[in-house]
Ligand binder design. Structure first.
Ligand code: BGC
Length: 762
């Protein structure tokens, strides 16, 4: 496939171009021309450029346009959606996907591909979890960076989305995500921060929702302060489609480009605001300049001969799909299927795969594999029987004939492989799920199959996690297949037959019940607000802190071989922590494992999860091979957000490092002492006596003054009485002034505190 968009070159800088434009023209540039294109200003040599979805393929619409995945788009490779890619834990692999996406976008003349999405999976009920990578910010950040790196290596711009805190679909265009500072920084913004600071995506897409009451599209704190000033973002902020609430407030807050077109209404508002002196023209200039810069970048990246190899990309989609599947359970090594065994394939999904989620990310695939045909091709037609079992969108357990056919197919085979999953109507952009349960007709078929043949393998297709508790103990093998893109059918066959390893590990916890999940009590909120009451304890952080049982923990996944970890050594320096260990493939097949390093701080002075993922590596080893590997933890990834000084702080102390094959399968443990960042919180009369006494400078000054006014003996009697001290510790020091006989008035205390602060900062 090739595309040859027209080339227009300009030698002027974006600032020079914008300086030559009228206010009307500049305002026009800051809104789309239509659904997918930016506005052109021909006399100034500014062509329009094309933005399209994203994220796991190119959705270039040919005729009618929409952002709901309704109208068809040109064929493009449908790579596995983010839910699958997250499970690979493999940035090198995702960089290749990013590059392939860029090649396809370039061939279609697409300047900006709208993705990746790095929002955190807060609740498994979020209808759009299939578009997000993980419940963990380091994993989302590392993998999101890889996708952006690959994509932008082709000159196509990424659009990192949805910035920020878009963690549910319910009321998504209005809801306020009410989040405390620490979880906001440490969980919900952290992946964005990593991608922005390490890859400089050309664009960031602001989310629909509000954060702590303010729309992302008009949030100066989010767009100007955090994104640009703190993180150094140099690109353009584009609105999510229809996210603009108040265009004038938005542009002042740092929202450069509104999409899609507002039909001229937003431009008129901007022009009026400038003329009425409510908005400085320089603000419009800045936004227009960023648009022109993006257009120039796109022009420079265009290739008249751009094309891509459809077959090669299909093969890559197949490789990634196999690497995404998570083998949750494999008792008695039932998998891989042995050649010669007779197999009953049951479940409509084997023939009609569910391979991507619904909504704006819907890709029109260049081809579509199904597992049944591929299994027959690999195992031989004669040994594979098929029974559909259920209708994918069926809701009642009423088709007795289908059920009986499935049971008899299972009874007549050595092994039954049952394909279950969520129908498209159960999860989509635009609404959240109501339950984690699989549809009842499917569970009824599974029951019938298990009764007919206990040697049953379950393969599931789902964009968000489903409850497995009702059958996990009754089947020997479960393969979590997520949504695997257009080559998912062949990749599933590859994994079932052992042609490929099931390379995936869980990027999100599979809970036992919905009621156990961290956000259960306040998802999706009410009356326009959703309170993130679980705070920092998202995903495995929650279950680990509560020592609560889960179905399968974060990071879990089996292969067809076994690995041994040994020889842990840990060193720390100014850059962070270096972890070394030896990993050995102790089985008889080549295989891949994902080594995970979690860190915790024993006796931390701040609230923390027991362990947090800080580094990981996906390692391929031949049978019997052993290798020393090194994993690096960046010092900044050890930091917590200190709300007292409003900045990242690395705490001093002993850091425990758990190295394992999941957050609950820790194989090696060690620790290292870290010298933290100096931090002194300025004291005030509101500081407690305990806080003052813990500050060496203030403590000395206050004790000396107290000794003078109350007598040294009284002071030492008070300070050496542990009970008394404990009781007084929580007392704000300024309140002493109100006590009879304290010997201090409010001004004196304020003076002493000011002296301590001055001495500390000198
Ligand atoms: C989605 C975005 C998407 C945009 C354009 C919106 O509804 O939230 O993710 O990129 O539409 O289709």
């Amino acid at each position: 496939m090739t595309g040859a968009p027209s080339e227009t070159k300009t030698t002027q800088s974006a600032e020079e171009v914008v300086a030559s434009l009228s206010l009307e023209e500049k305002a026009r540039l800051t809104s789309g021309a239509d659904f997918w294109n930016t506005a052109a200003i021909e006399h100034a040599g500014i062509p329009s450029i094309l933005l399209t979805d994203g994220p796991h393929g190119v959705r270039k619409q040919a005729l009618s346009a929409d952002h709901l995945g309704l109208a068809d788009s040109v064929p493009a490779t449908c790579f596995p959606p983010a839910v699958a890619m997250g499970s690979t834990f493999d940035p090198a692999l995702l960089e290749r996907v990013g590059t392939a996406l860029g090649e396809e976008a370039r061939a279609e003349g697409v300047a900006v591909l709208l993705g990746p999405g790095v929002n955190i999976k807060r609740s498994p009920l979020c209808g759009r979890n299939f578009e997000y990578l993980s419940e963990d910010p380091v994993l989302s950040g590392v993998l999101g960076s890889a996708l952006v790196r690959g994509l932008q290596s082709t000159g196509v711009a990424a659009s990192l989305k949805h910035f920020a805190a878009n963690n549910q679909e319910t009321d998504r265009l209005r809801v306020s995500a009410d989040i405390d500072d620490r979880p906001l920084r440490e969980i919900y913004l952290r992946a964005f921060q990593r991608v922005v600071t390490s890859e400089q995506p050309e664009t960031v897409m602001c989310s629909y929702n509000r954060i702590n009451g303010v729309y992302s599209s008009e949030n100066p704190w989010l767009l100007n302060r955090v994104l640009r000033e703190e993180w150094g973002f140099r690109g353009l902020v584009v609105s999510d489609w229809g996210a603009v609430n108040d265009r004038v407030a938005g542009i002042a807050a740092g929202l450069d480009l509104e999409m899609p077109s507002s039909g001229g209404r937003s431009e008129a508002k901007l022009i009026d605001a400038v003329r009425n002196e409510e908005l400085p023209e320089s603000v419009v200039d800045v936004a227009a300049t960023r648009v022109v810069r993006l257009v120039q970048h796109a022009q420079a990246a265009r290739r008249a001969d751009a094309g891509y190899d459809v077959d090669r990309h299909h093969d890559l989609a197949r490789e990634v799909a196999a690497r995404s599947m998570v083998l949750l359970k494999n008792e008695g090594d039932l998998l891989p299927l042995q050649k010669g065994s007779s197999i009953a394939v049951i479940g409509e999904f084997a023939l009609t795969p569910r391979y991507q989620g619904a909504g704006s990310s819907l890709i029109n695939p260049t081809r579509l594999d199904n597992a049944l045909d591929e299994l027959r091709a690999q195992l031989g037609d004669g040994v594979v029987s098929f029974a559909p079992g259920f209708a994918i969108e069926g809701s009642a357990v009423d088709d007795k004939a289908l059920l009986a056919e499935a049971a008899s197919a299972a009874a007549g085979a050595d092994i039954a492989v049952v394909f279950l999953g969520l129908p498209a109507s159960a999860e989509s952009e635009g609404f959240d799920r109501e339950t984690l349960r699989l549809p009842e007709p499917q569970l009824a078929v599974l029951d019938a199959v298990i009764s007919a043949n206990p040697r049953t393998v379950v393969v599931i297709s789902n964009g968000g996690v489903v409850q497995l508790a009702s059958f996990a103990d009754r089947v020997p093998a479960i393969l979590e297949g997520w949504l695997l893109g257009q080559a998912g059918g062949s990749a599933t066959a590859d994994v079932l037959t052992g042609l490929a390893e099931p390379g995936g590990r869980l990027a999100e916890t599979i809970p036992l019940r919905l009621e156990d999940t961290p956000a259960f009590l306040d998802f999706p909120g009410e009356n326009g607000h959703v309170r993130y009451g679980e705070g920092l304890f998202v995903g495995y952080r929650w279950y680990d802190a509560r020592e609560a049982p889960v179905q399968y923990p974060f990071g879990h996944g089996l292969g067809y071989t076994t690995f041994d970890y040994s020889g842990l050594s840990i060193a720390a320096d100014d850059a962070g922590i270096t972890v070394r260990l030896t990993i050995a493939n102790t089985g008889s097949r080549p295989g891949r494992d994902v080594v995970q390093v979690y860190a915790g701080v024993a006796g931390s002075t701040v609230t923390r999860a027991p362990r947090e993922l800080r580094a990981f590596a996906s390692i391929q080893l031949d049978a019997g091979e052993r290798r020393e590997i090194q994993l690096d933890i960046r010092r900044e990834d050890l930091a917590y957000w200190d709300t007292r000084v409003a900045r990242w702080v690395v705490e001093s102390g002993r850091y425990t490092l758990d190295v394992g094959a999941s957050s609950r399968d820790i194989r090696l443990q060690g620790s290292v002492d870290i010298a933290g960042d100096p931090i002194r919180v300025p004291l005030s009369p509101d500081s407690t006596i305990g806080e003052v006494l813990r500050d060496p400078i203030a403590s000395a000054i206050i004790q000396q003054a107290m000794a003078q006014s109350m007598g040294a003996d009284t002071v030492s009697a008070v300070l050496s009485d542990p009970g008394m001290l404990k009781m007084m510790e929580s007392f704000p020091i300024g309140r002493i002034a109100d006590f009879p006989g304290s010997g201090f008035d409010a001004d004196q205390i304020a003076g002493l505190i000011a002296a301590a602060n001055a001495q500390a900062s000198s």
